[in-house]
Design a protein around this ligand. Sequence first.
Ligand code: NCD
Length: 342
Amino acid sequence: MAREAGREIGSNLSQSSFFEKDISPLRDFKGQDIISAEQFDKKSVEILFHEVEGMEELLRAKARKSDLSGSILATLFYEPSTRTRLSFEVAMLRLGGGVVSESSVVFSSVTAGERIEDTIKVVGGYADVIALRDKKQGIAKQAALIADVPIINAGDGVGQHPTQSLIDLYTIQKELGRLDHLTITLFGDLKHGRTIHSLSYLLSLFPHIDLHFIAPEVLKLPEGITQYLTEKLIPFSQNYKLDKKAFSSDVIYTTRVQTERIKERLGPYSGTDTSICAHLDGDYRLPTDFCDKSSALIMHPLPRINEIPPEIDKHPKAAYFRQAHNGVPVRMALIKLVLQGN
Ligand code: NCD
């Protein structure tokens, strides 16, 4: 929100690190924007997960909480989405609130050349909270500076995707019963994967975490993130192909190659683009017999293209559909906290 964001977010931006420094972690969530993973520490994660458990109960009982009747969520999604937008909307509906949605830039005034600032100002007068997705990194923060209602970042280009990473963290906690003493392999397009960026930060909050990053040279984790992990003395390693450490990890978090972003950067007819994609197609997928060789929990933010063969889906360790379903209670908890406080 305008009155908060200037103070909370964006000051003291470090030139060298991907993550901003000196952001005070969320305590009272009421009226706050959710822009980046740096707003969370162990305590704010704990506050959120406590609320999520209540939401799980509500969902199990198929009850609808009427607390938020009269409140409206606007979802402004200027990049494709299925899970994120729908789970935000279902979350608000399950809380008893209402939803208005703009799900395509094609039908938006943005296409007519409207500045995002104007859109946000206007929609802020219609709704009580806005979930925003756009291809421009930093846009959620920009929107938060001028909005009169809380902004939730639902993915800003190759920047961050904090709500997905909170879902990922919640999934690990639910599936493995802990968030410490874990070796976690993050595998695929680590350069463009905004869920990876936010998740690396959140995981680094917990003790005895060992992060293992596997990506081709051209799609390696942004240097600012490895620099941050180094500064914080978080153990991590990097490789370009699946290795022993990946197979012996507690979690393997797979992501797709974000071809659309590579194309955008290199141009649609670039030979490099075609060769990168062809190369990745073969090398960056789990083998069909992965579960015979590893007991790792398999996660993926989805959409999956061919990183995980469908044969793996039925295995108890394949957690990606459960992970997607956790999106509803986690987003319910976030919306409730932002609108009503802890
Ligand atoms: C991801 C995203 O949009 O960043 N998906 C998601 O939100 N569940 C991952 C992706 O697009 O590959």
